[in-house]
Write a protein that binds this ligand. Structure first.
Ligand code: ADP
Length: 742
């Protein structure tokens, strides 16, 4: 193989370069004998001394060159090589060189087997083709061996020049234990170990923090539990728990204290066993509901303590669900025994006060009735007597009797009014009235008495006061009369002024301010507030100069309050007083204002025709009085002593009218009237019935009208009032009013 010419193409890769022939320098021409190329390559001093050499050999590998001669491996050639642009020519055919298996042949075509330990990738297409070779693979490589000598010309390394990619044959893929694999595995293991260690550390840290959290939670729970226990034990309310079938499982100190059972005695007992026996059924129902989880409003139950005492507790209970534990009922109860007792006592006291008030009202009504009945006779007979021929002295006596009776009636009316206001039964009428005539009327009563005392009276209605207002003129006049009456009573010199002005006004409402000023005795400062209280007088001494009940201002203040106003006084002793009160009134005139009323007649109205009248009255004096009054008016009268007699008389005779007392023995006026109305039934007949009663309250009047009566006069009967009521009834069309039965 030493005689084989080996041509190497140094272009990279060697078989695809630009066709450079490498080898020792050799002389051109065929004259000099050719030497094996290996000797040219194995460059020695001796070879150099020969000068230009001619080389001959067989082509092992070739690559395109600038020469036109085409060579194939195996072709024998001769060449006079130069290191650059070598010229070669064919010299015949020889056997294609075969690689030798072993040996240290420089520039020989050799075949080697070995492990691919490392590959360096070159950036060309063949580099790419060989890049698939795996490190650690067993390879068979066929290529031209180039031995590299060291400084001492001893071989140091060699290089194998592959002719084509196919010269590298993979004999075996790298075994798994190949170093790089092992390294990779070791690296992966190391990474895994590091990761495992890191994960372990992280896990440990996490576990530690979780353990810390757990312990904190446990501590917090323990603190909470302790706090709950503390609250539970020290709560003033009773706190206890039970199973769903009401067996006690725990109770706090307050529950122990109230029930009288120690904890160990109570636990296991049924809650129902400590309930009052009359409440067990209800309690069982409630607890059954609670066990279903249904919410229940607080409820009151009575329990029996260990000492046998009955105590009332207000309980709010609910179903308690706790993780890992059986559901329980929790009860929070408050001992309300004392409160209930106090409430019961309060209610009792209230009931007693109401009963006393009721009794007072009834007493007042009865007293009023009882006083009015004799007063009726007294006043009526006096009026009748004054209507007869009398000498001056007799007339004076009788006039005094009449004014005393009038005063007595005023007092009774005041007491009744006050009682009505106190019991909330005073209702105000809302009717339109004209302010200026109203003020004139009110001042009239004042004028007579003021003139008698030589007092000057000034009246002033300011222009901003509306003409018409809507309210209760009767009650408004009552306040004014009381104030002006007092002004006259408590003033000896000087004068009195009565004024009204507008304090506030909207389109529908007006607040009027009334003031009554006098130059009288005045009121001490410390008394100015108390005089509005009932039965209080500025001068409460037994030596007081002025009479009165002390009720007038109390009634006035309450009436002003009912009218949405207030009353107050400004006064200086010995200089005088000014009372002012306000009243909220509607604004509005009636749809059809009536013509101004004719001045009140002082004489009795003459009856339009004589009537046949049935008088039902049990009191002999009042019977006599009514008989005389009616006969004086020209009527004929049949007398019945009670309702039954009256009803019988109605069946026997036709009357034009019946005067009916209400309170009578056997059958009262109400029952009698109802019976009369029932008997009349659907017939066209209608007997006008006028109540004549000492029951003077508005409710009494309403009761009479509901029973089927047509009109009402209260005792003491004024002759004029009675005559007017009779006239109203007989003048009205005789239509049957609706009778309410009850
Ligand atoms: P009566 O006048 O019936 O005693 P009142 O309630 O009307 O009751 O008055 C209560 C008290 O107020 C009177 O007793 C009187 O002491 C005092 N008083 C009322 N008005 C005047 C007034 N114009 N001047 C002085 N004192 C008065």
């Amino acid at each position: 193989m030493r005689n084989i010419l080996t041509l190497l193409l140094l272009a990279s890769p060697p078989w695809a370069g630009d066709g450079k022939l490498t080898g020792a320098d050799a002389a051109h021409g065929s004259q000099s004998p050719a030497i094996p190329i290996s000797e040219v390559i194995r460059h020695t001093i001796e070879a150099q001394a020969k000068g230009q050499v001619r080389v001959a050999g067989v082509v092992t590998a070739c690559q395109p060159t600038t020469q036109s001669t085409f060579l194939r491996p195996g072709e024998r050639i001769e060449a006079a090589p130069v290191l650059r642009h070598a010229v070669f020519r064919p010299a015949g055919r020889a056997e294609t060189p075969q690689p030798v298996a072993t040996g240290d042949r420089d520039a020989d075509l050799v075949r080697l087997e070995g492990w691919l330990l490392r590959s360096i990738r070159r950036p060309d297409e063949h580099g790419d083709q060989l890049s698939g070779l795996l490190t650690g693979s067993r390879l068979a490589l066929t290529g031209i061996c180039t031995v590299h000598a060291g400084a001492n010309s001893l071989p140091r390394s060699f290089e194998l020049l592959l002719r084509q990619p196919a010269d590298a044959v993979v004999l075996a893929n790298p075994p798994w234990w190949w170093a790089s694999h092992i390294l990779a595995i070791l690296a992966a293991m190391a990474v895994a170990v590091v990761l495992a260690v890191a994960w372990g550390l992280a896990l440990r840290r996490r576990m530690r923090s979780q353990a810390a959290m757990l312990s904190q939670k446990r501590d917090a729970e323990a603190a909470l539990e302790e706090r709950y226990r503390d609250l539970f034990d020290n709560a003033s309310d009773l706190v206890f728990t039970s199973t769903l079938d009401c067996r006690l499982t725990s109770l706090n100190c307050a529950a122990e204290r109230v029930c009288g059972y120690r904890r160990e005695e109570a636990v296991g007992k049924s809650v129902l066993d400590i309930m009052a026996s009359d409440q067990r059924e209800r309690a069982a129902e409630i607890f059954g509901e609670l066990a279903t989880g249904a919410p229940m409003p607080p409820f009151a139950l009575d329990l029996i303590t260990a000492a046998g005492a009955r105590r009332t507790v207000e309980v709010s209970a609910h179903l308690l669900r706790r993780a890992g534990r059986e559901p329980e009922l929790e009860y929070i109860a408050r001992d309300v025994t004392e409160r209930m007792r106090a409430e019961a006592e309060l209610k009792h006291a209230k009931d007693a006060a109401e009963a006393a008030n009721q009794a007072k009202s009834e007493f007042l009504a009865n007293m009023s009735h009882e006083i009015r009945t004799p007063l009726n006779g007294l006043m009526g007979m006096t009026e009748l007597a004054l209507d007869t021929e009398l000498d001056a002295e007799q007339r004076e006596y009788l006039t005094t009797v009449k004014s005393s009776a009038d005063m007595l009636l005023t007092i009774i009316n005041e007491i009744l009014d006050f009682s009505k206001i106190e019991s909330g039964k005073m209702a105000l009428e809302m009717t339109p009235f004209e302010v200026r005539p109203f003020m004139e009327e009110s001042a009239k009563a004042l004028l007579v008495r003021a003139e008698q005392k030589g007092l000057v009276v000034v009246r002033d209605v300011r222009p901003d006061v509306p003409e018409w207002v809507v309210g209760d003129a009767v009650r408004l006049r009552q306040i004014l009369l009381n104030l002006t009456g007092n002004a006259v009573k408590f003033t000896e010199r000087g004068g009195i002024s009565v004024a009204v002005e507008c304090e506030e006004r909207t389109s529908t409402e007006v607040r009027l301010r009334f003031s009554v000023a006098d130059t009288g005795i005045g009121i001490p400062l410390d008394k100015q507030n108390t005089i509005f209280e009932a039965f209080v007088q500025a001068d409460g001494s037994t030596t007081r100069r002025y009479g009165g009940t002390g009720l007038g201002l109390a009634i006035s203040a309450r009436l002003a309050g009912l009218m949405g106003g207030t009353i107050r006084v400004e006064s200086r002793p010995a200089e005088g007083s000014t009372f002012t009160f306000t009243a909220r009134l509607g604004i509005g005139a009636p749809a059809h204002p009536s013509t101004p009323a004719a001045p009140a007649e002082t004489t009795l109205p003459r009856p339009t025709r004589p009537l046949r009248i049935l008088l039902a009255e049990d009191n002999p004096v009042n019977q006599r009085l009514a008989l005389l009054l009616l006969q004086k008016q020209g009527h004929s009268v049949a007398v019945a002593a009670n309702g039954e007699e009256a009803l019988r008389a109605c069946g026997q005779e036709e009357f034009d009218l019946a005067l009916m007392d209400v309170q009578m023995p056997v059958m009262d006026g109400i029952a009698c009237t109802r019976a009369i109305r029932e008997r009349e039934g659907a017939t066209q007949r209608h007997l006008p019935v006028v109540a004549m009663t000492a029951h003077a309250l508005k409710a009494d009047r309403d009761r009479c009208l509901k029973a089927g009566m047509d009109d009402y006069v209260s005792k003491p009967v004024r002759v004029k009032e009675l005559a007017e009521a009779i006239e109203r009834c007989v003048a009205a069309p005789a239509t049957a009013p609706a009778v309410e039965t009850w």
